[in-house]
Design a protein around this ligand. Structure first.
Ligand code: GLA
Ligand code: ZN
Length: 679
């Protein structure tokens, strides 16, 4: 058990609260506290964008309003998640110190505007943040109402100012030592880019160099490191004042700009902001990809709960279509986070502002100011239900299966020229593997290449194009020690600076582990078709006679592995499309082509059975998803969610007990959009 926030016994429920926008409306601030209690909320994130109110003039702090808000809420049973306000700065600061403003990739410094746009290098900005955070920490870090630091907001983007360029060069010097090393790692010999002085190097800017993929990768790595470094600087005064008050930063799921796994050590708690477009297409498919996002975020710090820091009560105003959630979806989608290991359900935003660009974004309290709206009642009902789920607080989501989704691999894939140019299909292939595990009710972690592989029995490594240093060895050791690895086409092609492995793919010795040598990959036009015939044996039991193939076919040769399927058509007819090899105590499946989904479904059904990965022997109806969290006494709480618009029944393998009401049942009926917690 690992409770994220020790002061609160229940799951955390609340949202972003911006009292700084309402100081001229004291009656509204009074009413907010009462409404929060009515809505079953127990925590608000406060002060995220409040710098201009906290420090209206340089060095002149104004905390009285914040004292009052924190105390008022606390008197109503509502704790404070206190923000550091660095995500937006006051006008006076930008006017006096333009260097705090970001320079974009067009080489132009922005005007004072919007948010999330400061320079990470600026010594002045860092100093101003240090002063502000010190003042906040001195005043509030021992306040009984304050339970967690919310550091900045949605760190993201990059700065291209002269200070950042210089820091990039220094970062490169530290990494490569010499220009010879850098030129080799980046293959700068291409198009005569050989650098002969560090000062010749610039980040990939609009009017600059983009053809050296090692450089593009390093810029992204540098930006991640700078962001983490900035966050460390933000946290220092907070921890000095009270080392035991935890910190988090609200991350953004599959956001491509940062490698979030580098935030592992700097965050005590991982939290993230989730805004799916429900009711737009197939909600059951969306539920699968959102579950994967939750799993990715949780797996940054595996075996401890994460927090859902932001979500919406109904419509998201910045989407192309600001559609409202249909009845029942609010509870279902919110509890999905809990089902995947979250200890909180938080919203953006508590109350809709009167002005500004987010005034029509869903909120618990709208412009009516009423507790009689559908949103408010939905939130209040959920708040009530959450009080009955306190046994889940601190309970880990434990997985024996993992899918590798690696952000740096994604950067490299997105950047490369080849394959299907517009979308190389990384997410599609990842979901091919994640989907069957998710739909069969197997708990999955979504890890990166640097994660520990040893806790798992099964690892799926789809399209692992880039083997960073040590990854092939870790995969080899994983299989040798008895693990089952499923990997696919376009794996082990390059090293961590995007240099191709020489002498055979998958490189770094993984071709031996897989018993397959890959010669080349063919990209199919959308109108092309191929298929593969399954060779019947114990491993392919229950699989169809053949499966359709699209997008990619590799030309691969057996070198120790056994073919389980061979191509039907084209010049590759008869060559292996799917193989297996035993290696050490484990097994590797190699999938050489992009198959239709049912291929993966059927394959994983067998693997799940072989490895006994199910924790409950149930057949799940379509659209009913199952996961589990481990309670303090070691028992599993099985969480069933019905993403159908009709009621469904599930027959249970044994008598089970409802976590919420204690009732014992042998068969389960879940209403449309319902969730059941069973032990
Ligand atoms: C992000 C931000 C919030 C708010 C919401 C709106 O997640 O963190 O401040 O802008 O989007 O959806
Ligand atoms: Zn900068």
């Amino acid at each position: 058990m690992k409770k994220m926030v020790t002061k609160v016994a229940d799951l955390i429920h609340g949202g972003d609260y911006n009292p700084d926008q309402w100081l001229l409306y004291p009656e509204i601030l009074e009413r907010d506290a009462e409404l929060m209690r009515e809505a079953g909320c127990n925590a608000m994130s406060i002060g995220i964008f409040a710098w201009a109110t906290l420090e209206p003039e340089e060095g002149k702090y104004n905390f009285e309003w914040l004292d009052q808000v924190i105390d008022r809420l606390y008197a109503h049973g509502v704790y404070t998640i206190l923000a550091t306000p660095s995500a937006a700065r006051p006008a006076w600061m930008a006017e006096k110190y333009p260097e705090v403003l970001r320079v974009n990739s067009d080489n132009r410094r922005i005007l004072f505007s919007a948010r999330h746009n400061h320079c990470y290098s600026s010594p002045i900005y860092r100093e101003k943040v240090r002063q502000m955070n010190t003042a906040l920490a001195t005043r509030y870090s021992h306040h009984p109402a304050v339970i967690l630091w919310h550091v900045s907001n949605e760190y993201g983007g990059a700065c291209y100012c002269d200070l950042c360029k210089e820091n990039f060069r220094n970062w490169l010097k530290k990494k490569y030592g010499t220009l010879e090393n850098l030129n080799h790692a980046w293959w700068s010999y291409f198009w005569s880019k050989n650098f002969t002085s560090w000062d010749q190097i610039n980040p990939p800017m609009d009017n600059g160099e983009h053809s050296l993929h090692g450089m593009n990768l390093d810029w992204k790595r540098f930006t991640t490191d700078m962001t983490v470094d900035f966050m460390e600087a933000e946290i220092k005064p907070l921890k000095e004042a009270n080392p035991s008050l935890p910190v988090t930063a609200n991350l953004m799921g599959f956001y491509p700009g940062l490698n979030y796994f580098k935030f592992k050590n700097v965050c005590d708690v991982i939290s993230w902001d989730n805004y799916p477009a429900w009711h737009e297409g197939d909600d059951q498919e969306l539920a699968c990809s959102i579950a994967m996002a939750h799993d990715l975020m949780r797996s940054i710090k595996p075996s401890q709960p994460f927090m859902l820091m932001e979500s919406v009560t109904t419509a998201v105003n910045w989407k192309e279509y600001a559609k409202m959630k249909r009845p029942g979806m609010h509870e279902l989608s919110s509890l999905q986070a809990v089902a995947r290991g979250s200890d909180s359900i938080q919203y953006f935003q508590w109350r809709k502002g009167r002005g500004g660009s987010e005034k029509f974004h869903g909120a618990v309290v709208g412009h009516l100011g009423s507790n009689q709206t559908r949103e408010f009642r939905d939130v209040a009902a959920l708040g009530k239900r959450m009080k009955g789920l306190s046994r889940l607080v601190g309970s880990p989501f434990e997985a024996k299966a993992a899918v590798i989704w690696d952000t740096e691999n994604r950067w490299a894939l997105d950047d490369l020229q080849g394959l299907i140019q517009k979308d190389k299909g990384y997410m599609k292939e990842a979901l091919h593997h994640y989907g069957p595990l998710f739909r069969e009710g197997v708990n999955v972690d979504v890890i990166d290449e640097e994660s520990d592989f040893t806790p798992y029995q099964l690892i799926a490594a789809p399209m692992l194009y880039m083997y960073r240093a040590g990854v092939a060895e870790k995969l080899r050791a994983f299989v040798e020690n008895g693990g089952t690895l499923v990997t696919t086409y376009w794996s082990g092609v390059v090293n961590d600076t995007d240099l191709c492995f020489l002498g055979g793919f998958p490189g770094d010795g993984m071709n031996q582990v897989m018993g397959v040598d890959v010669e080349e990959i063919d990209t199919l036009y959308p109108q092309d078709a191929n298929s593969a015939t399954i060779l019947p044996c114990e491993t392919t039991r229950g699989m169809k006679a053949s499966y359709a193939i699209e997008d990619y076919t590799e030309v691969a040769h057996l070198n120790g592995a056994t073919a389980l399927a061979t191509y039907d058509d084209d010049f590759i007819a008869g060559l292996p499309a799917f193989t297996v090899q035993s290696f050490g105590k484990g097994k590797v499946y190699y999938i050489a082509a992009c198959f239709e989904q049912s291929f993966y479904d059927d394959l994983y059904r067998n693997i799940i059975e072989d490895l006994s990965l199910k924790t409950l022997d149930v057949t799940l109806p379509k659209g009913v998803f199952l996961s589990n969290r481990t309670l303090e006494d070691g028992s599993l709480c099985h969480i069933f969610q019905n993403f159908n618009t009709n009621e469904v029944s599930v027959s249970l393998p044994r008598e089970m007990e409802c976590l919420e009401c204690g009732e014992k049942i042998t068969s389960l009926t879940i209403p449309a959009y319902g969730t059941a917690f069973l032990i």
